[in-house]
Design a binder for this molecule. Structure first.
Ligand SMILES: [Fe+2]
Length: 195
């Protein structure tokens, strides 16, 4: 009786630290300052990393389909920028002590599916195809602008200054790309489609 009581007490002694350790792991993010915002920040980072990787393939298709040289160049330039943005995201993950892991972005998947449909629907109408491609590409850019805009705000709130700078640099590139697409639309593509 006495022996089994001792065994029971020893069991409790050894199990206690293990139990505390498990609880600490489970509550890790919630217990840290800004824990819930941190979780959202990381989730959004993974989404946009996945989105950028998916977009690389999409930009190749858009560039191949584009009729005007300036539009083709805009898509090719943005392809190179997107590669740089992926590297920047890896630096953001590293700046907060995490390894870079993306996840499939369902929004980007849908936007790129629509872009494919647009190419299919208008490939026999070159006078309108470029306008349609710009419309599809700007929907992508606006999704990215919304994502990076939120990420910059979260990084600022949590005082992740390095992450904030990196994300703000990408946000500026996305806005520039959007403006360039508007310029091509206004000076070439839309006017060509309206004739
Ligand atoms: Fe991007």
């Amino acid at each position: 009786m006495r022996f089994s009581k001792t065994i029971f007490s020893l069991g409790l002694f050894f199990c206690k630290p293990l139990k505390i350790k498990i609880m600490a792991t489970q509550n890790n993010n919630q217990d840290m300052p800004n824990g819930h915002l941190h979780e959202l920040f990381v989730d959004e980072l993974r989404d946009i990393l996945g989105a950028e990787r998916q977009l690389l393939k999409g930009l190749k298709k858009l560039s191949t389909a584009a009729g005007s040289e300036s539009l083709k160049t805009a898509f090719d330039t943005h392809y190179t920028q997107t590669e740089g943005q992926i590297e920047r995201l890896k630096q953001v993950f590293s700046s907060i002590g995490l390894s870079a892991r993306g996840k499939k972005c369902k929004a980007m998947e849908g936007l790129l599916e629509e872009a494919d449909e647009i190419v299919e629907s208008f490939q026999d109408q070159p006078e309108v195809l470029d306008a349609a491609l710009i419309s599809a590409a700007q929907k992508v850019e606006h999704y990215e602008i919304a994502s990076y805009g939120c990420l910059v705000t979260y990084a600022k709130l949590m005082e992740h200054s390095e992450a904030k700078e990196l994300l703000a640099a990408t946000l500026a590139e996305e806005k520039d790309t959007d403006s360039l697409l508007t310029e091509i639309a206004m000076t070439e593509a839309n006017t060509g489609a309206a004739v």
